[in-house]
Design a protein around this ligand. Structure first.
Ligand SMILES: Nc1nc2c(ncn2[C@@H]2O[C@H](COP(=O)(O)OP(=O)(O)OP(=O)(O)O)[C@@H](O)[C@H]2O)c(=O)[nH]1
Ligand SMILES: [Mg+2]
Length: 471
């Protein structure tokens, strides 16, 4: 069931209580910031802040120097800078106070406890942002983008989050929802005045409009594969026979001396993970034990682990060795990964130590193989380019295109698309307009759920509990 729960304090006056939290990471740092929001914020601040003049008289959106002191004992807790921001032009749209105190483990905690004693209560995870949403300053897509921005791991993923925070996806979705509502209004008019008998004309018009929305939803949904990678990253496993240079490649791509490299086959046993940023794509690179039959107990466990990784990885770099050429071990591995061909890139390493004959043999077995030499730093650019092409098959321009990055959004977009397709089928099958309109109404509703135009309490709780405290 849909429950509209937005706007309980749109005017900023029926706000239930004042919340406070430390907004910065706890630990050894220059400053900490304590944030407080709600109708009692200014009263509480004026009780504990000692500065020039009266806190209540300070103009909004100004910052002042002073001290925080316990009003009961007079004890000074810290020297601070205090920011006063009056509703409604604030993060939450409520009265907000921010206190910059000295960093470390103790001071911010003591000030926060003082705020609680004066009547504020601890903010829940994401509660400041939740208030911004509830009070109508941002929609749900923008709120989710804030969490994404905080969690983003590469510059590219943070750029996409900022675009969504600015409301570009929201604008597209609002426009689509409005178009659907207009179509519904058109149908409504027709149903209200059946004597005019415009049904056929109306149906044609609707079908045209719905068709163009179907195309737009389709391309938004298509952008998700790449969007998901930008937001969550991609697991890429390097596999191959012992000594092919898997660990050397991990070290080269991560720019670190992460894995042990020796010329002894069977060096790597455990699965090694390293986060790398390849052309803005956040990637978790997994180096694995060389795959071969072995009687060594430890190595065999490593091989088993490597086989598990093959199953779970989203992309596999299958490394061959140009120095040895194509061997039985390679064809054994090829057999093992037969079911995964759609997620494999073949790479042949050590092209610096080979002859044409061996390379030709490999090329014959594997038509599309990327040639590299980790040792001579040859072909790495090409490999990175191929990884980028793999995750961005349709060549989406992440800097300028609206991209769907969130699984919740994709699910609702897909449901909306299905409803519209069913509307088109109904129209093609000569169904009546009121039947067609039910599907369109359903689609409009789904789009509304994405931005939070219509939303259930459960969804809101689910989204905000993933935030950090103080945001
Ligand atoms: N000539 C040459 N040697 C390389 C190249 N890349 C790696 N090597 C050497 O190949 C040997 C094996 O490298 P590793 O990176 O340990 O190979 P691996 O695939 O991780 O091996 P295992 O962990 O045993 O499965 C080392 O001596 C590396 O220095 C290359 O491009 N050219
Ligand atoms: Mg290794």
């Amino acid at each position: 069931m849909v429950v509209l729960i937005k706007g309980y304090s749109a005017a900023g006056n029926s706000d239930p209580d004042t919340i406070a939290a430390v907004a910065t990471a706890v630990g050894n740092a220059g400053i900490s910031i304590i944030r407080m929001s709600g109708s009692e914020s200014f009263n509480i601040a004026s009780e504990i802040f000692r500065g020039k003049g009266s806190f209540m008289e300070y103009p909004s959106h100004t910052i002042r120097y002073g001290k925080i002191a316990d009003p009961d004992t007079g004890e000074v807790i810290d020297e601070v800078l205090i920011t006063k921001m009056a509703a409604p032009k604030t993060y939450t749209t409520e009265d907000v106070v921010e206190i910059n105190c000295h960093g470390g483990f103790v001071t911010a905690k003591r000030i926060l406890e003082l705020l609680f004693r004066m009547g504020a209560r601890p903010a829940e995870a994401g509660e400041f942002t939740k208030r911004a949403f509830m009070n109508g300053r941002i929609d749900l897509v923008q709120a989710e983008a804030i969490a994404d921005l905080i969690g983003s791991i590469t510059e590219k993923s943070s750029k996409v989050a900022v675009t969504q925070l600015e409301g570009r996806l929201s604008q597209v979705l609002d426009r689509i929802r409005k178009s659907l509502v207009e179509i519904l209004a058109e149908i409504e008019v027709n149903l209200d005045y059946p004597e005019y008998d415009f049904e056929e004309v109306t149906t044609d018009k609707c079908v045209q409009a719905v068709n163009s929305i179907v195309r737009e939803l389709g391309s938004l949904i298509d952008s998700f594969d790449f969007g998901k990678v930008l937001r969550e990253g991609l697991n890429v496993a390097i596999i191959g026979k012992p000594n092919a240079g898997k660990s050397s490649l991990l070290n080269r791509l991560s720019g670190k001396n992460r894995a042990i490299v020796t010329d002894i086959p069977g060096t790597t046993r455990d699965v090694l993970e390293e986060f790398v940023n390849i052309r803005g794509i956040p990637i978790k690179l997994l180096d694995t034990a060389g795959l071969r039959e072995t009687t060594d107990v430890v190595e065999r466990i490593g091989v088993e682990k490597a086989l598990e990784v093959i199953d779970s990885a989203e992309l596999i770099l299958f490394l061959l060795d140009a120095q040895t050429g194509f061997e039985k071990e390679d064809s054994d591995i090829l057999e093992k990964v037969r079911g995964y061909s759609s997620k494999i890139l073949f790479v042949v390493n050590k092209t610096d130590r080979t002859d044409e004959e061996k390379l030709r043999e490999i090329r014959e077995r594997i038509p599309e193989v990327i040639e590299i030499s980790v040792l001579e730093d040859y072909g790495i650019d090409n490999l990175e380019e191929s990884i980028l092409d793999y995750v961005n098959k349709s060549g989406i321009d992440a800097d300028n295109q609206v991209i769907v990055t969130n699984a919740r959004h994709k699910k609702l977009l897909t449901e909306a698309l299905d409803s519209l397709k069913s509307a088109l089928n109904a129209a093609a099958g000569g169904m009546t307009l009121d039947l067609i309109s039910m599907d369109i109404k359903n689609a409009a509703e789904r789009i509304g759920y994405i931005t939070g135009h219509e939303v259930t309490e459960e969804v809101v709780t689910n989204i905000f509990e993933r935030f950090c405290i103080g945001k």
